[in-house]
Ligand binder design. Structure first.
Ligand SMILES: [Zn+2]
Length: 283
């Protein structure tokens, strides 16, 4: 039935508080979707309160289970696990000391990379820094944790999905120079929720994952084909429509691929790039 690749590079699926993998997977497939990168939510979205590294493992397990279930629908699915930057704020707000919170985040990342090595997950994410204002202390700690995650990913050879503050050209340059200075550039560093600044990202060696709105996709395709598509679907019953729905990537792909000049670009976006970056099959 599916005759063209349609890969959602960043989707959340919540088996605890959402529709869950079967319902979302079926919807995605019916719209023509072929592959989903299932990205872990912050721990509290699964009603997990992190006080030991093993609590992260509980969350990784939810992602793993969702991936397995989606695969039974004949959709390519891959898990992306890690410690969300907002975890730090949340632990501090719960009264934990920054030092202890950092230790837990490092330990969570160590476990995540182990799971990737054991093929129980495919990449690390979302890691990075908060999209809301924080103290200098928390900002610096977030950058340290980010570099730690990049180092682990580099050693294991896997991709990383970054969550950051909202970015224009200036912020992209700053982030990329930090990555280069730390000698962490692997060609597999993906900016999730990226603006469609395709040429700038290419120059700065960040791989953009663009929200699949029609306007964004057309802008991105106008600049080239070096990008991925995502919905950042939340699967939260209490926040329907907070971002895009799960059918958005296959829908926009089928709308635009009729145009001969776009077809080849969309093939690269939905098949060649994700396969190369993650080392997996998506179609
Ligand atoms: Zn997300």
């Amino acid at each position: 039935m599916q005759d063209f690749p349609a890969t959602d590079n960043h989707m959340h699926i919540n088996p605890i508080r959402g529709h869950g993998p079967l319902e979302i997977g079926n919807e995605f497939k019916k719209a023509g979707g072929t592959a989903i990168m299932v990205v872990m939510l912050p721990s509290w979205s699964y009603d997990v309160k992190v006080s030991a590294p093993s609590d992260y493992e509980t969350c990784y397990g939810y992602v793993f289970d969702c991936v397995e279930i989606i695969r039974t629908l004949d959709i390519h699915a891959y898990g992306i696990i890690g410690v969300h930057p907002a975890e730090l704020t949340q632990m501090i707000n719960r009264g934990m000391e920054l030092k202890r919170a950092k230790e837990l985040m490092y330990a969570g990342l160590d476990i995540a990379v182990k799971w990737v090595e054991e093929k129980k997950a495919t990449a690390i994410g979302e890691v990075g820094r908060p999209h809301y204002p924080v103290s200098r202390e928390v900002w610096d700690a977030s950058n340290e944790i980010l570099l730690y995650a990049l180092g682990l990913a580099k050693d294991c050879g896997c991709a990383v999905q970054l969550h950051t503050e909202s970015m224009g050209e200036k912020e992209i340059i700053e982030l990329s120079s930090m990555i280069r200075k730390a000698n962490m550039d692997t060609g597999k560093i993906i900016k999730h929720f990226s603006p469609p600044l395709i040429r700038i990202c290419e120059r700065e060696k960040i791989f953009p994952s663009v929200i699949a709105s029609k306007r964004n996709v057309e802008t991105a395709l106008g600049e080239g084909d070096r990008f991925l598509l995502e919905t950042d679907y939340l699967d939260d019953l209490k926040r329907p429509g907070a971002v895009m729905g799960p059918k958005s990537v296959p829908k926009i792909v089928s709308q635009l691929r009729g145009q001969e000049d776009l077809k080849e670009r969309l093939w690269k976006v939905n098949k060649e790039h994700p396969e190369k970056i993650y080392g997996v099959q998506v179609f």
